[in-house]
Design a protein. Structure first.
Length: 151
């Protein structure tokens, strides 16, 4: 897992529009890079909508929000449109970013084991350094924007 104090990778991936997203695109801003398991699931939708609802406050506080999941660009486009999301979402279909950040691994649900994304948010400062990590146990999906604002 990428640790606090380390530099974030420059190239984060490709968003829902096929555009390459780089940390340097957001110079002078903090980035709330949030990894979530799947588009259109209850927890992930609640988290995205919390970030949408608090987006203007996050911008005023100097943040930009970038979502990441292993879903496709097409899935992200539908998810954004359905929920009126104002921020970009990276389609990490090859799992390179989730693996680089250490948020891909074995999960258990109803006694079944499977591979998936651990819901985690990385706060990247204006210089591209990981400043804070909100771990899966700490993320509050319904109040995530306030959680970031109150760091």
């Amino acid at each position: 897992m990428i640790a606090i104090g380390e530099k974030a990778p420059e190239v984060l991936g490709v968003n829902e529009n096929g555009k390459e997203i780089k940390v340097s695109d957001y110079k002078g801003k903090k980035i709330a890079l949030y990894f979530y398991p799947k588009d259109n699931t209850p927890g992930c939708t609640a988290q995205a909508c919390s970030l949408r609802d608090g987006y203007s406050d996050l911008l005023k506080a100097g943040y930009e929000v970038i979502g990441v999941s292993i879903d496709s660009q097409k899935s992200h486009t539908k998810f954004k449109e359905k929920n009126n999301l104002p921020f970009t979402i990276i389609a990490d279909e090859d799992k390179s970013l989730v693996e680089k950040f250490g948020v891909w691994g074995e999960k258990k649900l109803y006694g079944k084991t499977y591979m998936g994304t651990f819901r985690t948010t990385f706060i990247i400062n204006e210089n591209g350094i990981i400043e804070k990590i909100i771990s899966p146990k700490e993320v509050k999906t319904k109040d995530h924007s306030n959680q970031i604002l109150n760091l």
